[in-house]
Design a protein around this ligand. Structure first.
Ligand code: SF4
Ligand code: SF4
Length: 359
């Protein structure tokens, strides 16, 4: 449905250029306030038990207290500064009873929302709330019932439930005639690193009538991946063109590892709180990578609210930003490079990415 728009959008990193005047404003203030994009993991419990899940290591079946969650949404709305929110896991965000209200309240005031879910639970209210989002990504991780059950360690009908949930989303989108971009994602490992597996996700997306496929690496520390063969990449690009399904296969090849020779030695995104991250305990982290390792908690929203934590953590964020030279993985590497290149001047580019607010 949105193939042409998604196909012509530029890589994620260029989203900073759409936001650069705002970023310059933030970086020239001594202490800034709220980030532009905030990722919230409202629950770290999950209704699946995937064999490759790295969140299980820290999963203690916690959830943001609903009252605290509601207060956080109040704060976000009152601030008027946060332009995009992602609700995601470790853990399954749809299990949080306040998620529906949170999405409705945020989108009503123009904050864009994206959701990453496993799609196992989708009530009628949640389905309607999803219609207000900019995008939703369902981590399906398989293209058939048997493999799904094995990889997610769920009951034998769960794949059908997820399939029907996605079909429900597609029908409602059609009925509402709205702009929700629907995608599926799959964790790719050594055993499904071949064309015959990778291509199935594109075919499944076409069958479901959705828009995109996101391939993700198994991020268990220490796993090594050889690059994909060129013929596989070419064949997948051809298939996605034929099926009119967008995929991240070209950026997936680049991987997320920071290049040996860095082009910056200070992480602008973290120092200036341009992105931020809150988990199910209410802990605030500077970015996804610190959250995954449960390192460098910048504060906790249960104690004194989000804003106070942001102010108090300025010094610590500055220190973390200085040591970013030690960060081994970072999907934000290229964004930092671009921010530095802008060097306090706005670059005008025609970036037609519909999701440019999600840094
Ligand atoms: S759906 Fe996500 S959070 Fe849940 S077990 Fe699977 S990988 Fe982990
Ligand atoms: S991983 Fe390091 S470089 Fe990347 S956003 Fe976090 S602090 Fe910055």
């Amino acid at each position: 449905m949105y193939y042409e728009i998604l196909k012509n959008k530029m890589s994620h990193r260029y989203r900073v250029l759409n936001n650069i005047s705002e970023i310059i404003k933030i970086t020239t203030n001594e202490i800034n306030a709220y980030p532009l994009t905030l990722e919230i993991r409202p629950a770290n419990s999950c209704n699946a038990n995937c064999e490759f899940c790295i969140c299980k290591l820290n999963n203690k079946n916690e959830m943001l207290d609903s009252r605290i969650f509601a207060k956080l949404i109040d704060e976000i709305i009152e601030s008027g500064q946060i332009i995009a929110i992602v609700f995601s896991g470790g853990g399954e965000p749809s299990l949080h009873p306040y998620l529906t209200d949170a999405i409705i309240r945020l989108t009503e005031v123009g904050v864009e929302v994206g959701v990453i879910t496993n799609g196992i639970y989708m009530s009628e209210e949640l389905l309607k709330a999803y219609m207000k989002c900019s995008w939703i990504r369902i981590s399906i991780n398989s293209f058939n019932k048997e493999d799904y059950q094995k990889r997610t360690r769920t009951t034998n009908n769960t794949y059908n439930t997820v399939y029907q949930d996605i079909s429900g989303l597609v029908s409602l989108r059609k009925k509402c005639n709205n702009n929700l971009v629907i995608g599926i994602s799959a964790v790719i490992e050594e055993q499904n690193w071949q064309y015959r597996f990778l291509s199935q996700y594109i075919l499944l997306a076409a069958e479901l009538g959705i828009d995109m496929v996101t391939y993700k690496r198994n991020r268990t520390p220490g796993l090594f991946y050889r690059p994909l063969d060129n013929w596989i990449i070419d064949a997948l690009i051809k298939l996605q063109e034929e099926c009119k399904i967008y995929s991240n296969i070209t950026s997936f090849i680049d991987g997320e590892e920071i290049k040996a020779k860095r082009e910056y030695c200070n992480c602008n995104l973290v120092e200036n709180n341009i992105i931020s991250f809150i988990d199910a305990r209410g802990d605030i982290y500077p970015c996804l990578y610190f959250a995954e390792n449960q390192r460098n908690v910048l504060g906790n929203i249960n104690d004194s609210g989000y804003r106070n934590c942001i102010y108090k953590s300025y010094g610590e964020r500055k220190n973390i930003a200085k040591y970013c030279i030690h960060c081994k993985m970072c999907k934000n590497y290229n964004m930092n490079v671009l921010i530095n290149k802008c060097n306090n001047s706005v670059i005008n580019i025609d970036n037609c990415d519909p999701h440019w607010k999600f840094l």
